[in-house]
Design a protein around this ligand. Structure first.
Ligand code: BDR
Ligand code: CA
Length: 298
């Protein structure tokens, strides 16, 4: 089983990704770190605790991290994820409190305590915490097994700008630090996440499973249908990250360097570059990924 720490800004699709990671055989969630993104840090932290309560896993520690991007104000996603960040979907109250320590200190300690290259980080939000780890403790960062991050748009249009995706655009300076760090990185851009789509039939399938996790995932996707436009189905962005951690064979990767545009005008746009190459997923076996998600939530 792969040991993972989830760095996240829940977030409707973050919540589905976390519920999946907590349920599926083959992944062991060691801890959760939170970051400001879809909504402010106090809400993303509280949401992580609510998700753990629903999954009956309040034994997992939650460490709050950055409350804003490295150098500039964040972009609000309230219209999509609701004022609570989870689309107003019913969750139990937290059954545990957030830890006092900071996310970056925890990440460094966890990486130093684990055998080298055995701990993966699943990054579901802006990369602020990961950039701070690389800046403050590069030796600990080098112990990461693989950083698997949802972010960016390569050949696809963006979702917060013509070429920019939210996680990268929210903190482009952090993304640039991470992408040039030389760490083993797999980036999962919109090019792939837009292929992994939930339609009405998929919602019916989740409802029929009848478990609290599947019913909650269904309600979260319903909220996402209500807050966004896009026809008959919606993309499941962040769940692609734990699916990749478990089944990298379902994805096809391109190996390329990427540079991040940090000008405000095209903030967060990615361009292929000659810099240190990373793995960027460009294809996915979507039916198998969706089936894996549903089965684990059931
Ligand atoms: C990403 O942005 C957030 O709104 C989602 O949770 C996902 O991480 C998609 O662009
Ligand atoms: Ca997210």
């Amino acid at each position: 089983t792969r040991n993972v720490i989830i760095d996240t800004d829940p977030g409707i699709d973050d919540a589905i990704a976390i519920l999946f990671a907590l349920s599926v055989k083959g992944l062991t969630v060691r801890g959760i770190t939170t970051v400001a993104g879809n909504i402010g840090l106090s809400n993303t932290t509280r949401n992580a605790l609510r998700i753990l309560a629903l999954a009956d896993r309040s034994d997992i520690a939650v460490y709050p991290g950055a409350d804003k991007p490295l150098t500039r104000p964040g972009i609000s996603e309230e219209k999509i994820h609701g004022t609570d960040g989870l689309g107003g979907v019913t969750f139990p109250d937290p059954q545990s409190a957030a830890q006092d320590g900071d996310a970056v200190t925890y990440l460094a300690a966890a990486l130093n305590a684990a055998q080298e290259r055995t701990l993966d980080i699943l990054a579901l939000g802006p990369l602020t915490n990961i950039a701070r780890l690389i800046q403050t403790d590069p030796d600990a960062a080098r112990r990461i097994g693989r950083l698997i991050a949802m972010g960016g748009a390569i050949d696809e249009p963006g979702n917060v700008g013509p070429r920019a995706e939210f996680n990268i655009a929210n903190d482009p300076e952090a993304a640039e630090i991470v992408l040039q760090s030389g760490l083993p990185i797999t980036l999962i851009p919109l090019d792939v996440t837009r292929q992994v789509r939930a339609d009405r039939a998929y919602l019916d399938r989740l409802a029929a499973l009848g478990t609290p996790k599947a019913s909650t995932a269904r309600a979260l996707i319903e909220a996402y249908f209500a807050s966004t436009t896009g026809g008959e189905s919606r993309p499941l962005h962040d769940p692609c990250v734990p699916v990749f951690a478990l089944r990298p064979d379902l994805f096809g990767c391109e190996r390329t360097g990427l540079s991040v545009n940090t000008d405000e005008a095209d903030r967060g746009a990615l361009t292929r570059a000659d810099s240190h190459p990373i793995d960027v997923t460009m294809t996915v076996d979507a039916p198998v990924a969706l089936d894996l998600l549903a089965r684990a939530l059931g």
